[in-house]
Ligand binder design. Structure first.
Ligand SMILES: Cc1cc2nc3c(=O)[nH]c(=O)nc-3n(C[C@H](O)[C@H](O)[C@H](O)COP(=O)(O)OP(=O)(O)OC[C@H]3O[C@@H](n4cnc5c(N)ncnc54)[C@H](O)[C@@H]3O)c2cc1C
Length: 831
């Protein structure tokens, strides 16, 4: 009996921790256990009583608040305050910017799946839908990516269309003449434009994203809003935002650009203002902007504003032609033609009213930027890079059916299938994350950690998708020209990787670093309490934290040992997704414990242990991506035909989560804790996830190779030109023609196999000669021949690549220019 009781001690403790039982329950259970043990083991009355009294006294220290605070919390408090890393104001503002959304649930170890399923799946209003179908499609039609590249810019007609149709004012409210669109509508427009060309997509995306309009909407004075917003909405102003300097890229708060508060002349009067020196680079739209937001450090050495001498980062709006501003040259980012260039200014004097939000917002720029970044970053790059993936899935899938090698459509080869499966599932997952996150913005969230997750992971998955697409289409993707539908996307993928928080930095420093503080239910409270010297608040947070960590460890162990079969999931979810919810709950609990253990044992050094931090961030991010995929599957009505996409995407996330856990545990500095983590928390029964199977990959790849509602859902809103002279238009037609011709091909193959048709002397060098011979031999009908002929014509269009004069026609252009006067030549060349 006593051995039985001894063995039951651990499960009893685990059960209490699992249920996050209050300390009084621990006390009652502990006393009952000691009593039973005393009787069973024959300890006798006094010994049993002594054991119970000692136990009650030990727990009493924790139960009686005054005793606990004085004896236990106070020393921990002192230690915590000493070890708290020093943080600059800008770091603090960056950490605290934005809101916590679904990622908070994943961080807390017990995600409420009913809550996830309750988030409304975004929808367009009729007006937004019409803008997407009509104006956005027309803008796509007007833009020819190759032509834009040749001329270094979009044609004037396209610029005019963008401005006049309100593309630059999608997020500006109607009262200021803007479209007042939802974040989701904005994302849809950017996604669709990106399926055509980055030129209109980026040109439209930047003013609607982290630009002056967003800053003005949130922080602008009424006068600034009245002046700028209607002009921005009408396209009379083109905005840019200038933060990055040659000396401060990722570490943007370290910009050397500086302004000094002083008196100066403005419009004939002496006013209080700022004299600013700045040197910015990489600024999108700068060469064509009429006004730009400028971030700089502001100083007030003479205390003319009556406050501190060092005011901090400040954002001002400066017209492009303001005296002292030097603008207009351009960079050339990887063959992209959207405008990007430097902005410089020497002793530029501007009145204080130029500060966004007026003089009271001097020094508030970093907070403003961080808040807006959370919203903008949730929309622009996820939209642009999902658009690229959708186009890749649509066009590369078609190409893989149309292009034959070894007498077989290349998409039928297992090696190509592998790439196609990744393309399909990554596109499905990225779109799910894009839509769910845009929906969060429309719910009023500014989810800073989620914005970093989608920025990083959608751009990385897009890199994989486009790389896979390039591999599948071979030389067709490599030779640039009007018939190449993927080469430009391939060239420009690194831009998305670098901007809005370069990816290595985002993964290594931001995701977990910010997540651990923002999403953790107790850490921020502990930090606040420690900074403010509030021992009572610290006590509450600390003991909440201890209970939380113990409970997560127990839950991870129990769920690991039971295969998570007993975990409750939201009612009514698709039966074949139930296990995913259960396993994600287990991972969430294990992650929460691992995060706590990492923070408590590594402390401030975790910031420098970027590889560990990155892998912890991977776990959180993959759980978010899997959640979005599950949500999408439900929101779209659990489409049976889409099931392979959903399974592949989630199984891939699960496998990546497992690998990331492995990576943290393998490299955890304390090897004893690593052992405990591996065997008692994370993998008590070993690793159970493997990569998505070949069979599943085959099913996903097959979905890309033929028209179907699933393919249409996966690639919804890809701009599809009807003109077969355009590469994507030709691919669409060629896919249909190839499928129509396949039965005819099969008949011919069968006739040859049976020896009914054995053409000899096919020697004209025409790959299609055999079809004429088969027609004349009566093996195929005239109708069959017509199908084959159409297939062949379209196939040829699809597989041919562009060729050019050996000097790209430059010599004839030079000759023409030499025939003109030198002055004429210069002017027209520049034009
Ligand atoms: C085409 C283009 C458009 C842009 N548009 C704008 C714009 O409109 N406005 C604007 O203000 N800026 C803009 N930028 C700037 C962009 O945001 C920066 O390029 C970006 O912040 C990275 O800075 P960097 O290029 O100087 O790289 P660096 O900061 O030099 O970084 C180089 C590498 O080091 C890594 N790294 C740096 N620090 C760390 C760390 N602590 N841990 C791990 N890795 C780290 C980075 O991830 C990166 O991989 C644009 C840039 C480009 C290329």
């Amino acid at each position: 009996m006593s051995s039985l009781l001894l063995v039951s001690l651990l499960p009893l403790a685990a059960a209490l921790a699992y249920a996050r039982a209050p300390l009084t329950a621990w006390l009652a259970a502990g006393l009952a256990w000691l009593l039973a043990m005393g009787i069973a083991a024959g300890w006798g009355f006094w010994l049993t009583l002594l054991a119970m009294a000692l136990f009650a006294a030990a727990l009493g220290v924790f139960l009686i608040e005054a005793v606990r605070i004085q004896w236990v919390t106070a020393p921990v408090f002192a230690l915590f305050r000493r070890s708290l890393p020093t943080m600059s104001q800008t770091e603090k503002e960056a950490l605290e910017a934005g809101t916590v959304w679904w990622e908070g649930e994943l961080f807390a170890g017990r995600p409420d799946w009913t809550k996830l399923q309750g988030y409304p799946w975004p929808k367009l209003t009729p007006e937004e839908q019409s803008f997407l179908d009509v104006e956005t499609s027309e803008l796509c039609r007007l833009t020819r990516d190759w032509d834009c590249t040749q001329h270094g810019d979009m044609p004037a007609e396209v610029w005019q269309y963008i401005k006049s149709k309100g593309f630059l004012g999608m997020i500006i409210p109607r009262e200021y003449g803007g479209k007042g669109f939802s974040a989701y509508a904005h994302s849809q427009v950017v996604t669709k434009l990106s399926t055509r060309s980055s030129a209109p997509a980026v040109t439209v995306m930047v003013p609607n994203s982290l630009g002056p309009a967003e800053l003005l909407l949130h922080y602008g004075t009424p006068e600034q809003k009245q002046h700028y917003l209607p002009r921005l909405a009408r396209g009379e102003e083109i905005p840019a935002f200038a933060l990055t300097s040659p000396w401060a890229g990722s570490d943007a708060a370290a910009i050397p650009d500086a302004g000094v508060v002083c008196r100066g002349e403005w419009q004939g009067e002496e006013v209080l203002g700022m004299r600013i020196n700045f040197d910015k680079r990489y600024i999108t739209l700068a060469p064509v902007c009429t006004v730009f937001g400028l971030a700089f450090h502001l100083y007030d050495p003479e205390r003319l504003l009556g406050g501190d001498e060092v005011l901090g980062i400040t954002c001002a709006l400066i017209p492009h032609d303001h005296p002292g501003v030097d603008i207009g040259r351009r960079h050339f980012p990887l063959n992209a033609v959207w405008m990007n260039g430097p902005v410089r200014g020497r002793d530029v004097f501007v009145p204080l009213d130029f500060i966004i939000g007026g003089p009271k917002m001097a020094g508030q720029g970093w907070r403003m930027l961080m808040e807006c970044l959370a919203a903008g970053r949730s929309i622009s790059l996820p939209g642009a890079k999902t658009g690229m993936q959708k186009m890749t899935a649509r066009a590369v899938g078609a190409y893989a059916r149309v292009r034959y090698q070894f007498k077989t459509a290349i998409g039928r080869f297992e090696g190509v299938e592998e790439a196609l499966a990744r393309i399909g599932a990554n596109t499905y997952l990225s779109d799910a994350a894009r839509v769910m996150t845009a929906g969060a913005i429309d719910l009023g969230e500014k989810p800073s950690v989620v914005s970093a997750i989608v920025k990083y992971h959608v751009t990385e998955r897009a890199r994989q998708t486009v790389n896979d697409g390039m591999d599948v289409i071979g030389g067709k993707g490599i030779c640039l020209g009007p018939q190449n539908f993927l080469g430009r996307a391939y060239q420009q993928i690194p831009i998305g990787i670098t901007v809005e928080g370069a990816n290595i930095l985002t993964r290594s420093l931001i995701l977990f670093g910010q997540g651990a503080i923002r999403c953790h239910p107790y850490v921020l409270r502990e930090m606040h309490a420690a900074r403010e010297g509030d021992l009572v608040a610290f006590d509450k947070a600390l003991w909440g934290h201890v209970g939380f960590a113990l409970s997560n460890a127990a839950r991870a162990l129990v769920m690991g040992l039971t295969g998570s079969h007993f975990v409750r999931v939201a009612q009514g979810v698709a039966p074949d997704t139930r296990r995913y919810y259960q396993q994600l709950t287990r991972f969430s609990a294990a992650f929460a414990f691992l995060a706590d253990l990492s923070m408590s044992t590594l402390g401030g050094t975790l910031k420098r242990k970027e590889k560990l931090s990155a892998r912890l961030g991977d776990i959180l991010a993959q759980m978010y991506l899997a959640s979005a995929t599950l949500r999408r599957f439900e929101a779209e009505g659990r489409q049976a035909a889409d099931v392979p996409l959903m399974h592949w995407a989630i199984q891939d996330c699960m496998f990546r989560i497992q690998q990331a856990f492995e990576g943290v545990i393998d490299n955890f500095p304390n090897r004893l804790l690593a052992f405990v983590l591996r065997h008692f928390v994370v993998f008590p029964l070993g690793r159970s996830f493997v990569m998505p199977s070949d069979k599943l990959g085959h099913q996903v790849a097959a979905l890309l190779l033929e028209p179907s509602p699933t393919r249409d859902r996966l690639t919804a809103d890809v701009y599809l030109p009807h003109d077969v002279e355009e590469p994507v238009g030709a691919l669409e037609a060629a896919l249909a023609a190839t499928i129509a011709a396949e039965p005819v091909e099969a008949r011919l193959r069968e006739a040859r196999r049976q020896g009914r048709f054995d053409p000899k002397n096919l020697a004209t060098g025409d790959v299609d000669e055999i079809w004429g011979v088969a027609l004349r031999a009566g093996v195929i009908s005239a109708q069959d021949y017509a199908l084959i002929e159409r297939r062949n014509t379209l196939r040829d269009k699809v597989i041919r690549v562009d060729d050019f004069a050996y000097d790209f026609g430059l010599k004839s252009v030079m000759r023409e220019l030499q025939g003109q006067s030198p002055a004429q030549g210069r002017v027209e060349g520049a034009a």
